[in-house]
Design a binder for this molecule. Structure first.
Ligand code: ZN
Length: 285
């Protein structure tokens, strides 16, 4: 069974993987058009309908007096699903000893509902409340611009992105960035567009070691081996395929440890170059 909370270290930096819901899920939707015999064999399962551990995950990094979250979970929809740990990020943060008001920064990979779900919560009186009132929200300028100006108006995803960003923007708490810049000390953005236009992965460095935290550029580690196994939810499949290639090359060349918000806790591994392309090498735990 997936875990909901686990610590790991990168150099001298402790990072806590926190789940906001850990369902068993059939993953066929993440391998659009791929012959099921191929992807089920790669995942080591017998049938496309077989549930696989999945996660709506976030990462907590406490560094230099800051408490930083990478993405903010799924929130109310995960609670409604009735899955293990669904919509319980508040409890996981409490276990980590962090109060919502102590979160100084939220860094987003992208603005889909399962990554921004705790930004704004509707309380019992129907009032919209910002969960992390003292946090600066770091979002790629391209990503914010897409959801504010480019995304189809009236669609649920667009409305969800607005719900979880408009009150924060109104409070002046959004900080955008362009390109592969150091967003905070030791945390560097790496543009991986395609899933969404401004989708971003992050390299967290400490003491000569680093971990590459991917958002939805990979929903499963097998995506590092098969870049064209395209999730149906990718807006630009050609671009997301290129991004999986860039990510794999980066991870392999730098020898970065790799994890991702949708991988069950705790999944860490390396991407290695092999004659046929790339191979995921999970770190046994
Ligand atoms: Zn996602």
């Amino acid at each position: 069974m997936s875990r909901l909370f686990e610590k790991f270290t990168v150099g001298s930096q402790e990072i806590i993987a926190l789940s906001d819901g850990a369902p068993e899920r059939a993953l066929g939707g993440f391998f659009n058009g791929v012959d099921p015999t191929l992807w089920t064999a790669a995942l080591g399962i017998a049938s496309p309908d077989e549930g696989v551990p999945f996660n709506f995950g976030t990462f907590l990094i406490r560094s230099g007096g800051r408490s930083i979250l990478i993405d903010s979970g799924y929130g109310a929809p995960a609670k409604a699903m009735g899955i293990l740990g669904g919509g319980e990020l508040d409890l996981r943060l409490a276990e980590a000893g962090v109060k919502p008001g102590e979160i100084t920064d939220v860094i987003h990979t992208h603005l889909h509902g399962d990554h921004i779900g705790w930004n704004v919560v509707t309380d019992a009186n129907g009032k919209e409340v910002v969960t992390f009132p003292n946090a600066t929200f770091h979002i790629a300028a391209k990503e914010l611009d897409y959801w504010q100006n480019g995304a189809p108006k009236g669609e649920e995803r667009t409305e969800t992105a607005a719900k979880h960003t408009v009150p924060i923007a109104a409070a002046g708490h959004i900080k955008t960035f362009d390109g592969d810049v150091e967003v905070l000390p030791g945390i560097t953005a790496f543009a991986t567009p395609g899933h969404t236009p401004g989708h971003t992965s992050y390299i967290v460095s400490s003491g000569g070691a680093e971990v590459l935290i991917v958002g939805d550029a990979a929903h499963h580690p097998v995506h590092f081996e098969h870049h064209d196994w395209i999730p149906g939810v990718d807006l630009d499949p050609a671009e997301s395929t290129r991004s999986r290639g860039k990510l794999s090359a980066l991870a392999a060349d730098r020898g970065s440890m790799v994890t991702g918000g949708h991988f069950p806790i705790l999944t860490l591994g390396y991407v290695r170059r092999v004659p046929e392309g790339y191979r995921w090498e999970g770190i046994g735990r």
